[in-house]
Design a protein around this ligand. Structure first.
Ligand SMILES: [Mn+2]
Length: 352
């Protein structure tokens, strides 16, 4: 069955510097996909507050980008990175019968080259890239699982014994399959994004907030850890297409990469994941590039650094999450306590 669209894109936008980033991403995508009738692009704001400016809305309009505000992220509103699951699930549900490939991109990505590999082969259901470096958002292969992974695997019934090792992209460490959540392309009828959202919802009900400290790396990488078990629960190993570094090039790690490989050809890079690196022009010194070819990009840089960056979480979010942490800790403690007391009562009963 052929669908109405071959490719569609979705990303998240909220007030602050995410607006500039989202506009830049939209502009870069439209350079390679100029037809607004053939390639839908969605910018989603899935939380209350953080209203974007009229200027951003009109830029989206001019670029043929559909802007959706739908505050579906309620339970996880203190973690900006949960927005990805809520926003992408919303568009996945909307386009499930109409589009062959739906790609979610972080707003801190630009498209520099036509992403030909997005047209995935028939045996693949998803395209991803491995985690860049080992962190609290990954679990070493063959070792006991950290608490966030244990939690995530339990929700989606993953048995670590059935899994295979993959290597982190840059420091080459063997981990359980786990992918960077900045670039994910799916066949929307499979429902990966919706299951990812469901994993977030279930985790909150089961007390994840009281188990993982909101200031920890483990919490920071929750989206990535939940994505891993979501993918593993839906797909077989051979259905997961793993793309190379050019589809999610970590500009924050460029120094390490160029130490190994020397100057990098910017021409080879499809999706440049620039993180915080566009607030100045330092990054350019690591690349070979044709000035004229990327003048459309460099003329817009450096990006204005808004004090409300979405990448760093707001103080209010931390405080609210910290309050939840203790609320859930007490709740989990009490429920354990009640279980122990009632089981003792039962054993007394049984001796009667
Ligand atoms: Mn990112």
């Amino acid at each position: 069955m052929t669908k109405k669209y071959r490719i569609a894109f979705v990303f998240i936008v909220e007030s602050g510097d995410l607006e500039n980033k989202a506009i830049l991403l939209g502009e870069s995508l439209r350079k390679f996909f100029p037809s607004t009738t053939e390639v839908p692009i969605y910018a989603v704001r899935p939380r209350k507050g953080k209203e974007i400016s009229e200027n951003t809305k009109s830029r989206f309009k001019n670029l043929g980008i559909s802007y959706i505000y739908d505050p579906v992220n309620v339970v996880w509103r203190n973690l900006p990175f949960a927005n990805q699951a809520y926003g992408s699930a919303l568009v996945e549900d909307k386009l499930k019968d109409d589009v062959e490939v739906l790609a979610y991109l972080d707003a801190d990505i630009v498209c520099l080259k036509y992403p030909v590999n997005l047209y995935m082969s028939a045996d693949k259901q998803i395209l991803v890239t491995p985690v860049d470096v080992f962190s609290g958002g990954a679990a070493k292969y063959g070792e006991s699982l950290p608490v966030n992974f244990k939690f995530s695997y339990e929700i989606n019934n993953i048995n670590a014994k059935n899994l295979w090792p993959i290597l982190t992209k840059i420091d080459r460490i063997e981990i359980y399959p786990c992918f960077n959540s900045g670039f994910i392309a799916v066949r929307p009828e499979i429902g990966i994004f919706r299951k990812w959202r469901e994993t977030f919802e279930i985790s909150a009900r089961r007390g994840y907030f009281g188990i993982v400290n909101p200031f920890s790396q483990a919490f920071f990488y929750t989206d990535q850890v939940f994505l891993a078990s979501t993918i593993l629960s839906k797909l077989e190993r051979n259905e997961i297409g793993v793309l190379d570094n050019s589809y999610n090039f970590p500009l924050n790690l460029v120094q390490k990469i160029s130490n190994n490989e020397g100057k990098i050809d910017l021409k080879e890079i499809v999706f440049l994941h620039y993180h915080h690196s566009f607030y100045d022009m330092e990054w350019t010194k690591f690349f070979n590039f044709d000035e004229a070819e990327i003048s459309w990009l460099t003329s817009k840089l450096p990006l204005f650094k808004d004090r409300h960056t979405a990448v760093y979480r707001h103080k209010a979010e931390y405080i609210r999450q910290y309050a939840l942490y203790y609320y859930w800790k007490i709740k989990l403690f009490l429920s354990k306590f009640i279980k122990i007391v009632s089981s003792k009562n039962q054993s007394i009963d049984s001796t009667k």
